[in-house]
Design a protein around this ligand. Structure first.
Ligand code: ADP
Ligand code: MG
Length: 357
């Protein structure tokens, strides 16, 4: 049984006499011990989805199951999940120890057990020795760790984290991403993680649900979502992608031929039928850029270098094709990299057929 199942859940808010459809028919199965992310732009319904899992919000329709039990309508404190927010919501007048112990005391846990469990939770987030400190004397990252310890100490079967690193600066955020992943692996509980940051989701997740306009646009592993974006939205939201519009002219079992008007015919993978209009995505780092026409079975198009941006370890090129479409090409400036192209050069861009989807 999945740790968390959402079956066709929808949420409509009444707001100032208007209906806001925040979540529209979301279906998800989240497995035990999985690191699962909800990724999407602001307003796409991530927080509302989380609040329905936690029980802070009732779905307008649909069912929430935890370990196979229907918990729709069950209050938050009777669900086996804990939520961590971006605003840590620590009690400022209490010590770190008391903040973490708060939930256990309320449940009436014995003193010895509280001391042991708090010590364990603080060790897990690497804050042993800070028991007597007040939150105000800790850095933002440390405060977030206290919030995490406070949630983990209850040993929930799932932890829900809503943009928990949003208030931290970039360096600290990246360090905490690795830290969170380590903690999740150690405690072996299900993490549901909400973020609008695609890099964060790709780094940490076992699987990602990409959300847009209250719906799940795509569900998959980070590699599946990055390599095989199912929609224009996913292709544009995750990483940088080149989008070409064309028509499938013919196909074999694995491969299709796509005519890109004004640019040429190229092979690609995907299951679209002959005659259909398609969007092709090609990731910038999969593309080679050469002065001479590439040999063999590579997909190739001819263009002109319109822009060159040198970034130290890499150079980004913008190549304008015959039909005016612009493609972005990332090239690593490794020791054996081919000679550079310059603005105005006529070039071939090419890639292996399986890299166009
Ligand atoms: P996200 O977390 O992805 O930014 P939210 O779930 O917070 O998205 O919001 C989804 C949509 O629902 C937005 O249009 C938001 O304005 C609306 N919304 C969220 N909470 C409420 C509420 N309590 N009342 C009315 N509208 C809301
Ligand atoms: Mg939100």
């Amino acid at each position: 049984t999945p740790a968390i199942s959402l079956e066709q859940i929808s949420k409509t808010y009444r707001s100032g006499g208007e209906n806001v459809q925040a979540v529209r028919g979301v279906d998800l199965r989240i497995e035990q011990a999985e690191f699962f992310s909800l990724l999407g732009p602001s307003g796409c319904g991530k927080t509302t989805t989380m609040r329905m899992i936690a029980g802070f919000e009732d779905p307008t329709s649909g069912t929430v199951l935890l370990h196979g039990d229907d918990v729709t309508g069950v209050p938050p404190n009777r669900r086996d999940v804990n939520m961590v927010f971006q605003s840590y919501a620590l009690f400022p007048h209490m010590t770190v120890f008391d903040n973490v112990a708060f939930g256990l005391r309320r449940k009436g846990t014995a003193g010895d057990d509280i001391r042991r469990d708090v010590a364990q939770a603080l060790e897990l987030v690497e804050l042993s020795g800070r028991e007597r400190t007040k939150p105000g004397r800790l850095s933002g990252g440390q405060q977030q760790r206290v919030a995490l310890a406070r949630a983990l100490v209850n040993r929930p079967s799932a932890l829900l984290l809503d943009e928990p690193l949003g208030a931290l600066d970039l360096k600290l955020r990246q360090a905490m991403q690795i830290e969170l992943k380590r903690i999740q692996r150690e405690v072996g509980i299900t993490f549901v993680y909400v973020t609008h940051d695609q890099g964060e989701a790709l780094t940490m997740s076992d699987r990602i649900a990409v959300m847009n306009g209250g719906r799940v646009e795509q569900l998959g592993t980070p590699a599946e979502i990055y390599e095989r974006p199912a929609t224009r939205f996913t292709a544009g939201f995750i990483g940088t992608s080149n989008l070409l519009s064309g028509t499938v002219t013919s196909r074999s079992a694995e491969q299709a031929t796509v005519r890109v008007e004004g640019a040429g015919e190229i092979p690609a993978v995907g299951d679209a039928a002959p005659g259909s209009r398609v969007d092709l995505t090609v990731r910038p780092e999969k593309i080679a850029l050469e002065a001479a026409e590439p040999p063999g079975d590579r997909a190739r198009l001819r263009g002109m270098v319109a822009e060159v941006v040198y970034l130290g370890s890499a150079t980004h090129y913008t190549v304008r094709l015959g039909d005016g479409t612009e493609m972005v090409v990332f090239r690593q400036n490794s020791a054996d990299a081919a000679s550079a192209a310059e603005r105005g050069d006529t070039v071939w861009v090419s890639w292996r057929p399986e890299h166009a989807y």
